[in-house]
Design a protein around this ligand. Structure first.
Ligand code: SAM
Length: 274
């Protein structure tokens, strides 16, 4: 794993508070993180030694979903909510390799992502960055980065990948997604990945991880059930194989990796608005 760069935090970064984006960066093996961020993952590791696999599978799902949309649909507009810090394969790199003029808007309100990530993410004329709150669909679609850049009368690919499990029930996640879907044109697709409580023998592991995440410096990480996840795709027609553990969502080939328990505790799916 890469060694983090401690002690060189710019003034705009508060290294006393954990950041979702930096915790995720650490779980993916990145170096844009601090002790307070690493503490969250190290605490969860006590109950789930393979905890990093949650992040790895989440990111691999994003890459496969992006490739799927870029090759199997005619969509050329992407709204990536909760983009996170730049990593090895960012959405615009994945889709613009296949569709060079695909437009991508990244949305994230983490100060580290805003200050440090936006320059790297907005690296060509077909990408933009918005600092909107992704719990507010109207704020996202009316942001200047979206208006006049994406044509919302045409289909869009909306990503909410690894984001909603950081929302409280009181945020009403299903209502948030309904409000996004209401603003999308027919033919749009929605990709979501979310921590998952499979309501079987693996539930205990999901519950243990949830307890540690919500009481960690990061303070969030809800593992929701299949019916709760289905509510995140309101009125949408699910692409095969539906909502499944992320590592099983593989429409263009077999999954070769051997599964472990943690991998059954993060699920994803892609739905189409007809
Ligand atoms: N989507 C990326 C992926 O799947 O690889 C990154 C996922 S990361 C776990 C979640 C991101 O959502 C973080 O960068 C965090 O800052 C962002 N986020 C969480 N809540 C947010 C909010 N209310 N508004 C904007 N961004 C938010």
């Amino acid at each position: 794993m890469a060694q983090p760069t401690e002690g060189r935090a710019p003034a705009y970064i508060d290294t006393t508070k954990a950041s979702i984006a930096r915790v995720y960066d650490y779980a993916l093996g990145g170096k844009d993180n601090y002790e307070v961020d690493r503490e969250t993952i190290e605490r969860v590791r006590q109950v789930a030694p393979e905890v990093n696999q949650l992040a790895v599978d989440n990111r691999a799902f994003l890459i496969r979903a992006a490739r799927f949309i870029a090759t199997q649909t005619s969509i050329t507009q992407y709204l990536d909510c909760g983009s996170g810090l730049p990593t090895a394969e960012n959405t615009h790199q994945i889709v613009q390799r296949l569709q060079p003029e695909a437009r991508v808007v990244y949305v994230d309100n983490d100060p580290t992502v805003i200050a440090h990530g936006r320059a790297l993410l907005e690296d060509n004329e077909f990408t933009r960055f918005s600092p909107a709150d992704i719990r507010d669909a109207e704020a996202v679609v009316s942001d200047p980065a979206v208006q006049g850049f994406l044509d919302l009368e045409q289909p869009v690919a909306l990503f909410h990948i690894g984001t909603i499990h950081h929302f409280e029930d009181s945020d009403r996640p299903q209502k948030i997604m309904q409000e996004f879907v209401d603003r999308l044109a027919p033919g749009s697709v929605v990709a979501v990945a979310h921590f998952f409580d499979p309501e079987n023998a693996d539930s205990e592991l999901a519950r243990r991880m949830e307890q540690v995440f919500v009481h960690s410096p990061m303070g969030s990480g809800r593992f929701r059930t299949m019916s709760e996840l289905e509510g995140l795709f309101p009125g949408l027609e699910m692409v095969d194989p539906g909502i499944v553990p992320c590592y099983q969502w593989w429409p263009d080939g077999p999954q070769l990796k051997t599964e472990d328990d943690v991998q059954r505790c993060i699920a994803g799916g892609v739905g189409v608005k007809r």
